[in-house]
Design a protein around this ligand. Sequence first.
Ligand code: DGJ
Length: 380
Amino acid sequence: MTSRQIIRTFLLSCSIAAAAFSHPSEATAANPTIRPGEIWKDAAGDTINAHGGGVIFADGKYYWYGEHRASVRPNPQEGVNVYSSPNLTDWTYEGLALKASDQPGHDIERGCIFERPKVIYNKKTGKYVMYFHLELKGKGYGPARYAVAVSDAPTGPFKFLKSGRVNPTLMPTNLAYDKASKRAGEKMEWWTPEWRSEIGNGMFTLRDLPGGQMSRDMTLFVDDNGKAYHIYSSEDNLTLHIAELTDDYLDHTGRYIRIFPGGHNEAPAVMKKDGKYWMIASGCTGWAPNEARLMTADSMLGEWKQLPNPCRGENADKTFLGQSNYILKVPGKKDSYIAMFDKWDPKSLKNSRYLWLPVEWGEDGVPYVEWKAEWSPSEL
Ligand code: DGJ
């Protein structure tokens, strides 16, 4: 080693040690920018492990929740991780917000699958409410449940409340029972126009009516009036549902709609600007990237229409090699939104990367997301 290399190594180890012990605000210089797709380290120098998650702002700090993932398969998940940050670039690990249970037979027994956790704050109850996609231990992706947990503090510990399918026995408000297809279970090939038409007519909605609707990829959205919605891939991932939550956010009210039946949408992420609702979603190709979709509506439970791919630039036809996940409305900055995508690494889910990019707005008022190799939230 040359003396120059020795000095550089010494300085680097000093800065790593300083970052490990510093207060988050002192660590501001550690990550001045966001570099989508690059390794993102926390204040302790560990790679951030918070996949498929979401970000909230509470009491002057950001909190990033995400799936804890391991680098081996099958993927032993410890639960839902949480990180805090003063500035969206420097993150301090706060531990497991929700821990897998050691109790055999528990819904979140270690070995279950935790996906796409989202947290929202309920102003009326003063509680932080977490929803996530849960698959029970040893059952693959069959159970297709939503799960709810609650906490008094953003960092947790979140207490697991329940899991299940959505709105058992209740029909969506945009599908009448007498008009719905009753042909589930009949022999019909899935690629035929007949099958597609029956899916459109709610064949799977009726199939799942007694036990409730399937809920896999999901997000939560809180409207300006405090009403919250659970948006999830249902009906074997063929159709998105939007279900209204009760005032305490702990239950579904029973009002829900189906959108884009048979459209195969996953990974929904929602934002609102000037009274209009926007959703970015993906197609269904497992962990592999596909082309993003953009949807819009004038009300959450209204008519949604689809628009072209909102991504632009390098790999825009494959969502920058990622998959949509969450859109953060940046507090205190007018019309600033950050779209968050996961760049999955199915061989080592822990190694999956984060693609955070600013949402931009065209002259026609339609949002788009342009690839940037590096940018700073302070520019927003
Ligand atoms: C795609 C989903 O978006 C992910 O959250 C995960 O469920 C994978 N499928 C599993 O293959």
